[in-house]
Design a protein around this ligand. Structure first.
Ligand code: 5GP
Length: 194
């Protein structure tokens, strides 16, 4: 019997593109998928749960985790640190589970160098206008932070070309199903005789 190998799935996309909503739908459709809960120093938003959305830590705690080589990758995004737990990812892959990392483009580029056999997916908005509107409507940031996110979102959008798969988020359910199809196709490709 061929053992199923866990797949590392990296999902990126500009702030406001709807990654969290798409991922929520994805986990409803495929509850067997695992989610890599990142560490972050950014303040908790209303409704976020420590240990589920993120592991919220202080800056000294984060720097200590870097020193202890706890991270598969880490980056400073919008003035806050974010990092992926190396142990969580490796344990899931070893168990044969597929694990999703929702990380920014810098982190994704780093993971790609370390784990080139991952599945790298970029989510784009139907249009730039829609992205900027969604960011403004979200109301989770101060005006200054919002401006930074808008500027960065446009820069990030230009990096979609570095990903092997680009999925346009027109409709959440369709986007989630498209991602599931990419995951299934990747497993099929790996199982195919060479
Ligand atoms: P937010 O603060 O809106 O939750 O996330 C801001 C950005 O940080 C998003 O682009 C998100 O994908 C990215 N991010 C979240 N966790 C990680 C991580 O562990 N590593 C990296 N490099 N980026 C992350």
């Amino acid at each position: 019997m061929i053992e199923k190998q866990g797949l590392l799935i990296v999902i990126s996309g500009p702030s406001g593109v709807g990654k969290d909503t798409v991922l929520r739908r994805l986990f409803e459709l495929a509850p067997e998928l695992r989610y890599s809960v990142s560490y972050t120093t950014r303040p908790k938003r209303p409704g976020e749960i420590d240990g589920q959305s993120y592991r919220f830590v202080t800056e000294p705690e984060f720097l200590d985790l870097i020193a202890k080589k706890e991270f598969l990758e880490w980056a400073k995004v919008y003035d806050h640190y974010y990092g992926t737990s190396r142990r969580q990812v490796e344990d899931a892959l070893k168990r044969g589970e597929d694990i999703i990392l929702k990380i920014d483009v810098q982190g994704a580029a780093f993971v790609k160098r370390r784990k080139p056999d991952g599945l790298f997916i970029f989510i784009t908005p139907p249009s730039t206008d829609e992205l900027l509107n969604r960011l403004t409507g979200r109301n989770t940031e101060s005006p200054q932070a919002l401006e930074v996110r808008q500027r960065e979102a446009l820069v990030e959008l230009g990096l979609a070309k570095d990903y092997e798969h680009v999925v346009c988020n027109r409709h959440v359910d369709e986007t989630a199903r498209e991602i599931l199809a990419l995951i299934a196709a990747e497993h099929a490709r790996r199982r195919a005789p060479v």
